[in-house]
Design a protein around this ligand. Structure first.
Ligand code: AMP
Ligand code: MG
Length: 351
């Protein structure tokens, strides 16, 4: 299949191109598009054949459900069942935005979309291209991250081309995704909101609206433990993995730098290619290897936005070993470390 590549200006969106992309979706095709979190791979979420193509293009396990993307609150009436008061409160506070809500599903939603679950994940994205595309198509768009399953999520159209060229109908390029981490997922199908995947919208943000919320207990377990049964099926898969082996160093900054320098020196001597994930603050303290900064600790948003890109960059440089600092700071720390730990297969050195 030849993949059509289209560039769009977010500040002046060419409506003809959006209509062309919307037509592909209406005919059951696949279109990758930018959102404020990461690039999504879209298809008609109620058309089982179309959403089946998403699983095939990504190599995604069929029990990993898809998020339906909407452009109007009215969609909640059609897609959900039961009492949605809790979810609507959060939707009103954070939509359009980087928050996915899990509701009891209506009969309209096929079980192939929800991986056999009786709940459905729904998000209204804020990115103008995503929003316009969904609106023009007049559909509920299933759109997981537009990466090959297991690889780091794409934050630029170039990343999407790497994984999806020749496998999908169209890629819309709208520049870099602002946030760079996937949406926060909150289950609102019971009485208390449960965070199934941490993201840009934090536990504190949710509690600010609903008065209470907690993390899914399964999420906090390590995958090797017996109790590791996260409620979001996707959270159990190895994810985000760069091709090289990633190790995260935890501890006081100077000790971390020293330990990473030692580990890098050793592997370089053995003839391996070594990548180091530094910050603007520590960049000059590293001595040898492929040294890259992920962002600045003065603004943790830059670290979130740089994470998947730096993992892909080290793939491009064929790093065999990658050493990273840890980023537990402030309010995005949970979301950043959730991705980084998975990328590292929970390989941690405490120093
Ligand atoms: P992605 O679209 O690639 O960001 O992945 C979607 C994530 O949402 C995966 O981790 C899924 O397991 C999760 N998800 C989707 N639908 C549900 C649902 N009904 N219940 C729990 N988790 C869900
Ligand atoms: Mg994904």
């Amino acid at each position: 299949m030849k993949t059509k590549f289209i560039q769009l200006d977010c500040n002046n969106i060419d409506n003809k191109k959006i209509i062309e992309a919307a037509e592909i979706l209406k005919q059951g095709g696949l279109v990758a598009f930018p959102t404020e979190t990461v690039y999504g791979l879209g298809a008609d979420g109620l058309n089982e054949e179309a959403s089946g193509k998403i699983y095939a293009a990504k190599g995604r396990p069929s029990d990993n459900p898809l998020i339906l993307h909407i452009s109007s609150m009215k969609a909640l009436d059609a897609l959900t069942a039961g009492d949605c008061t809790l979810g609507r409160k959060l939707a009103e506070a954070f939509w359009p935005g980087p928050l996915t809500l899990i509701f009891k599903k209506s009969n309209l939603v096929p079980l192939t979309t929800t991986g056999g679950l009786d709940t459905v994940a729904i998000r209204m994205p804020a990115h103008p291209i995503a929003f316009e595309l969904i609106r023009q198509a007049g559909l509920y768009i299933a759109a997981p991250s537009a990466n090959a399953s297991g690889r780091p999520s794409p934050t630029t159209a170039k990343h999407v081309i790497e994984d999806m060229d020749g496998r999908i109908d169209m890629i819309l390029d709208g520049g870099s995704a602002d946030i760079g981490l996937e949406s926060t997922i909150v289950d609102v199908s019971a009485d208390i909101p449960i965070i199934l995947r941490p993201g840009y919208i934090t536990l504190e943000d949710i509690i600010g609206i609903t008065g209470e919320a907690e993390y899914d207990k399964g999420l906090l377990q390590k995958p090797e433990s017996e109790d590791f049964k996260p409620k979001a099926p996707g959270m159990k898969y190895k994810h985000y993995a760069p091709r090289g082996q990633l190790t995260i160093y935890e501890g006081e900054s100077k000790a971390v730098v020293r330990a990473i320098n030692q580990a890098a020196e050793k592997k370089l001597k053995e003839g391996y290619r070594v990548g180091i994930i530094a910050t603007d603050e520590t960049l000059l303290s590293y001595e040898k290897g492929l040294i890259k900064t992920i962002g600045t600790r003065k603004d943790e948003k830059t670290i979130a936005a740089g994470l998947f890109k730096i993992l892909r960059d080290f793939d491009g440089e064929q790093a065999d070993y990658i050493y990273s600092e840890s980023f537990y700071d402030n309010h995005l720390g949970q979301a950043i470390m959730n991705r980084l730990l998975k990328a590292a297969g929970y390989h941690i050195e405490k120093v």
